[in-house]
Structure formats: C-alpha cells, structure tokens
Design a protein around this ligand. Structure first.
Ligand SMILES: Cc1cc2nc3c(=O)[nH]c(=O)nc-3n(C[C@H](O)[C@H](O)[C@H](O)COP(=O)(O)O)c2cc1C
Length: 353
C-alpha cells in the first residue's frame, strides 16, 4: 500500500511511521512495544548517563527488537556552568514557589544533557541501527554516527536547515512544523520560534533536498499521515499521538490536560527550558513568561525547576509540571501502542485505496 518505499528500505521498517523520540517520556518498555509494531520506535536518550544508555540499548535488543532509533541532542558541548546565575527577578519568583511548597533553596544549575560525543560513542559501539539528532548536526558527528552502519536522521524547521542537514550527510530529514509538540529542532536561529506550518514546509523541503523527508507536527491519525504523503513526505514522525498510549511515561494529569486543551491554548515558550518548545501552559509558564529577557540559556533554565518538577510529578500538581504537547493533542486516544498503530495502518489503507 505504501508507494514511496524509500524510508521503508533505509530504515528496514514495514510502515512509514516513526514514533518520535521524547526524552523523559519514551523508555525501554515503550521502545520495545512500539518496535514490535513494524514502525520505527525511538528512545529519547539525550539525558541518559552512559551506563544507563548502554543498558537500555541492550535491554531493547534482548527483547527482540533489532531496528530502533536512539536520539541525542547536539547542543550539549558546553560543560562549564560558570557564570550562569539567575536574575534577581527570576530567582525570587522561583524561590517563592519553593517557599510555598517547602522545597528549600534553589537546585544546583547543571546541564543534564550529553556529552553528545560520549553518548554517541556508546551508540556506535553498540551498533544502534538508527541514530537521530535534534538541534542540528555537524558533518563530523554524522560521519562518526555512521561509522558502524547506522542511518542518521535530524530535524529541520526551515528549508535552509534541511539543505544544511543534507550537506552534513544525513540519510533522512525530518521536517518539523510549527504545530509540533516539545522543542523546536531549529539550529540556524535556535532561539527564535519558527513560524512555518507543516503544509507549507513539507513540499518546499521535498523540492530542496534529495534525501527522503519525514513530516512531523500535529499528525495524529491516518488523515494526517496520508496528507503528509500527498505533500511528498516519505513518512511521518508522530510524538503527541503516543503520549496517551499506555506504555509511555506520562502522568494521569498530563494525559487529562492533553485531551482537554484546545490547539490555540498550547504555547511555544522559552520559560521552561530556555529554548522554544510547545507545551500546555500552567501557572509556572504563565507567571515566568513575563520575565522572557531573564531566562537562563538552555538547558540551565530547565534545571532551575528541577526540584519543583520532581515534586509536581509526584503530587500530579499541574501548576508546576511540564506538559509538552503538539497542537493536535485532543485527537489522541488512551490505548495501547499496538492499538494505535494497528488502527492507524488500517485507516491509512482505507484512505489510500
Ligand atoms: C513530549 C515530547 C518530547 C519530545 N522530545 C524530543 C526529543 O527528546 N528529541 C527529539 O528529537 N524530538 C523531541 N520531540 C519532538 C518530536 O520529535 C516531534 O517533532 C514532535 O513530537 C512532532 O509533533 P507532534 O507532537 O505534534 O506529533 C518531543 C515532542 C514531545 C511531544
């Protein structure tokens, strides 16, 4: 049923669907369950320590999944936390929340991601078959990633970024539209929220690069998948649609908000991590948004809320949780991942026939 088979052949999958890597949400269990369904399962591993990373890869393989993707961030080269100090306004606001919740002083500010080259060395040693990057990728990194046979993917949010990724040697470009949940993969103007919607982005990227293009952003069901294929994409990458699947690490409160929040109420904000990302706003986001100029550089802004988030997750307190979401979240269903994919493929079959 799939006419364009380039992605299927490059990634060795049955259906042109990639379950998006989602750091903090995807886990070994979700990767295994998704990997059994003939699509590309992805593990978001940007925040994994090296031993956990190696163990997770082996557990996925031991469970019988041979084709899967592990995703890293590429902006974690900065290892010195020196000079990263919150402004008095930011500090006082967050300390106020700490007082309210008896959390004591602010946490140590740290970079929880990377180091990318060390993480990549583990992926290469373990012969991970597919490696994807967010926030751009250099030719050196691509060359190293491919050195043990992996296929390499990376997100682009503009035509210019897609052209740069192809020149760096990636096998597949993921065109990420404005609708997408989580962090923008932008890297040429990383701190400006991109404004290109998926319907405008995909055909222009397809016309500008020769590698297969995968569409990402707001795709929740077979209508979205088949439309993306019509636009010239060779496949899709879906994140938000998986957030309400049983196997993914998403709290009940977050799942509830995903089902109830209207598209226009999700927001691209730098308040959570310091980089533009689409989320469901809550008290933390709304009150911090006014301090836009004071945000710490990514990812230190994220680590500023580490104690708050840990407590909020435990108590399911929506005021201080992080609830990433794409614009299509209300189309999501609570179900197992195998149900989601079975229905998706069946509905695509009907729409394509
Ligand atoms: C909760 C969440 C976490 C995400 N984390 C990552 C990540 O770690 N790495 C990455 O490449 N993309 C990440 N993304 C972005 C996805 O790759 C993809 O672009 C996005 O999910 C597509 O939009 P959709 O959510 O509307 O399907 C994340 C998205 C969400 C919703």
């Amino acid at each position: 049923m799939w006419k364009d088979r380039r992605l299927l052949e490059i990634l060795r999958i049955n259906h042109p669907i990639i379950q998006a890597p989602m750091a903090g949400v995807t886990n070994v269990n979700s990767t295994v369950a998704t990997g059994y369904c003939g699509v590309l399962a992805s593990l978001g591993a940007a925040n994994f320590k090296l031993d956990v990373l190696r163990r997770s890869i082996r557990e996925i393989r031991d469970a019988g999944v041979s084709v899967f993707n592990v995703n890293l961030f590429t902006i974690s080269e900065k290892t010195s936390d020196e000079g990263i100090v919150p402004s008095p306004e930011l500090r006082n606001l967050v300390l106020g929340y700490h007082d309210e919740l008896n959390l004591g002083g602010l946490p140590e500010l740290e970079n929880i991601y990377g180091p990318t080259w060390d993480q990549l060395a583990v992926l290469v040693e373990e012969k991970v078959p597919v490696i994807s990057f967010h926030f751009g990728v250099s030719a050196n990194l691509v060359e190293f990633a491919k050195s043990n046979g992996a296929k390499v993917l990376c997100s682009a949010t503009t035509v210019k970024e897609a052209i740069e990724l192809e020149a760096a040697g990636v096998d597949v470009v993921i065109a990420q539209g404005f609708e997408a949940g989580g962090h923008r993969g932008s890297f040429l103007s990383p701190d400006l929220p991109p404004t290109v919607g998926l319907f405008a982005l995909v055909p222009q990227v397809v016309d500008s690069v020769s590698v297969p293009v995968v569409a990402a952003g707001g795709i929740m069901d077979a209508r979205g998948v088949t439309s993306a294929l019509q636009l010239g994409a060779s496949g899709v990458q879906m994140g938000t649609a998986f957030l309400t699947c049983d196997e993914f690490s998403v709290s009940q409160e977050w799942r509830k908000q995903l089902r109830e929040t209207h598209s226009e109420d999700t927001l691209i904000t730098r308040a959570i991590s310091g980089k533009p990302a689409r989320a469901i706003p809550n008290r933390y986001v709304t009150e911090l948004e006014v301090l836009d100029e004071s945000f710490l550089p990514y990812p230190y802004q994220y680590s500023l809320s580490s104690k708050l988030r840990a407590l909020a997750n435990k108590q399911e307190n929506r005021d201080f949780m992080v609830m990433w979401s794409g614009q299509g979240s209300r189309l999501g269903k609570c179900q197992s991942v195998s149900n989601l994919i079975q229905n998706l493929v069946e509905d695509c079959r009907v729409l394509l026939s």
